[in-house]
Design a protein around this ligand. Structure first.
Ligand code: ADE
Length: 396
């Protein structure tokens, strides 16, 4: 049925060739294994569309252990679609602070408003309608609709793709579009349609806990009997590793201003000029630097905030690795008599190397971690002594 719906040319050979009886055997074994071995996770055992949606968005690009720490707090703060829709964006970003990929939080918030306004407060049940929501792609739609509503839609994420590729001893790059399409068809073909949500979670669970990228536990695998890669002794060669992009090295010099009352300056860029890496979260004044970090930071602070920088003190550098960026954070401390109240007129509206336009706030350094900031900003705050011993004796 799924094939017919997609219409045009799809690979004629099934990637995981199974007879009807074999498929039923595979389904039965995997589901029995899942019933006994699934991790107990707070989003399991609910069919609430809102809770499942939040969990699936958190689990994209975030490990279960990290998502666990945020999930309950997020739901306590925004217990239903209405609460999320009515919240201020700031407040949603604050609850997300530290999870990364902040566009997810913005999209959640926008989508909650649409769900309330256009869909009567319920996550839409039709895949095409669900996918019109901000941040809801094929994966999220399939996950939420299958788990919450029992819609017969197979999910394909990295875990499921690896399981399928090993079952069928599929060579080549899985993320290559025609291959990924073929895997989507395969996932749909083997879907256990009587309990699609449970099936999808069982496939993901197998990939996450048994059929792992490295050192898979084939001895514990409930479907090892059907695995072509195991039969051909090439489990660890599948999936083929994508060629790693060399991480782009970036140096970011950031200034922790500090007045005599222990307050510092946070800025929130409105646009996203070059050099500002942390999206539109609150952050310290910062600039991407090439060679002479200190000189470049001084120039930035002077041009953008009109600051005199004679007292600038270098703090301990920190590393921050995100996707393919390897960022060296170079924090500096700058004691000031008074924090700037805004950006200099001359640069307002103009994009400089750092923050061009946007808001500024004066915040006690000790409270920076309570603002919607990224974890890089928290690392910088800690280098300046927030939440622990001050880096230097004060007052200035
Ligand atoms: N990864 C993402 N969503 C998941 C789920 N519902 N169960 C297991 N692993 C997942």
């Amino acid at each position: 049925v799924a094939r017919a719906k997609h219409g045009a040319a799809r690979s004629p050979e099934p990637l995981v060739p199974l007879t009807g009886a074999e498929l039923r055997g595979l389904q039965r074994r995997l589901l029995a294994w899942f019933r006994r071995n699934q991790r107990s996770l707070p989003w399991r055992g609910t069919r609430d569309h809102y809770r499942i949606w939040i969990s699936e968005v958190m689990l994209q690009q975030t490990r279960v252990a990290a998502a666990l720490r945020y999930y309950k707090k997020f739901l306590a703060r925004f217990p239903n679609v209405g609460a999320l829709a009515r919240a201020r964006t700031e407040s949603v970003l604050e609850a997300w602070a530290g999870l990364g990929y902040y566009s997810r939080a913005r999209n959640l918030h926008r989508a909650a408003r649409e769900i309330l306004r256009r869909h009567g407060g319920r996550f839409p049940r039709k895949p095409a309608v669900a996918r019109e929501l901000p941040g809801v792609g094929r994966y999220t739609a399939a996950a939420v609709l299958s788990i919450a509503y029992g819609e017969p839609l197979a999910v394909l994420d990295g875990n499921v793709a690896r399981v399928l590729a090993r079952l069928g001893a599929v060579r080549g790059r899985l993320r290559e579009p025609s291959q990924w399409n073929a895997l989507e068809d395969t996932a749909q073909t083997i879907l256990f349609t009587s309990a699609p949500g449970t099936w999808n979670q069982a496939m993901m669970e197998l990939g996450a806990t048994v059929c792992t990228p490295r050192a898979p536990s084939c001895g514990r695998c409930p479907v090892a009997h059907f695995c072509q890669a195991l039969a051909l002794d090439c489990v660890e060669q599948i999936p083929e590793k994508p060629k790693r992009r060399a991480p782009v090295r970036v140096q970011l010099a950031a200034a922790v201003l500090l007045d005599s009352k222990g307050r510092t300056l946070l800025v929130q860029p409105k646009d996203n000029p070059r050099g500002v890496l942390f999206s539109r979260m609150w952050q310290f004044p910062a600039v991407e630097v090439a060679e002479d970090a200190e000189t470049e930071l001084r120039r930035h602070l002077h041009e953008t905030y009109g600051l005199a920088t004679a007292g600038l003190i270098a703090l301990r550098p920190a590393r921050h690795a995100v996707t393919f960026r390897d960022i060296t954070l170079l924090p500096y401390l700058l004691p000031v008599v008074e924090l700037p109240r805004g950006l200099r007129q001359a640069v307002k509206g103009k994009q400089s190397d750092g923050v061009g336009t946007g808001a500024v706030a004066s915040v006690p350094l000790a409270e920076v971690e309570r603002w919607p900031t990224s974890s890089a900003t928290r690392k910088i705050a800690r280098a300046a002594g927030a939440g622990g011993q001050p880096a230097l004796p004060f007052p200035v």
